[in-house]
Design a protein around this ligand. Sequence first.
Ligand SMILES: [Zn+2]
Length: 234
Amino acid sequence: MADADGEGALLPVPRNETITLQVGNRQFTTYAFTLKESGYLKTAITSGKWSPSRINGAFFLDADPEIFSHILQYLQRNIMPLFYDNIKGHDHALYSRVLQEARYLDIPGLAKWLEEKQYLKLVRVRTWTEEKKTTDWTDDGADEIVKVQSKWEVRKAFVCPRGISPHNGHPNACGRQCHNARVNGANMFEDRCTFRTVLVKRKVIVDAQACGMEELAEPKDVVAEEQLVDAHEE
Ligand SMILES: [Zn+2]
């Protein structure tokens, strides 16, 4: 019997029929057709040699159910496995276990994706610094603050030659008379003590669309803000 997709029918299980897999202590029910990308499962089902368990009628697969759940998400919805924690980073041990299972079940697309460590491209970590000029700043909570550094700092500040206080610190505010009043034609500066707080901030951006998790996608304006930050990075 010819299949519309040219993939070969999953006989004896028809396309619209569900199949229940007993994986370790968990059961997974899905369309048999969903499993077609796995060379191992496809052969097992179509060969007819794989018989349902006499106890509950499910097909037994000797695998870790947690690992298999990630495999099934891929087969069902093309969701790529992403195991990322803000503090610990990527869970490489878990990727490795899913890779082993993808190889065993003969799922070349998923195995290749994991071998090439494509998941690294899904997570970008941006760090940047932000300066607060007052001591009473508050955290807006929008980004993770990695480090706070506060210190007194001496900075050179422009002094108006005519002592006009709104001009102090703003050389462009001085007019011709101020310029003429300069001693030996040189600008004057004084040391000014300022309290400076530097925040090191961090944001993790997950490319949700690429791993099939659209609901976690960052809004567009956040991306724009990140690009702005990049431009300020040294
Ligand atoms: Zn002036």
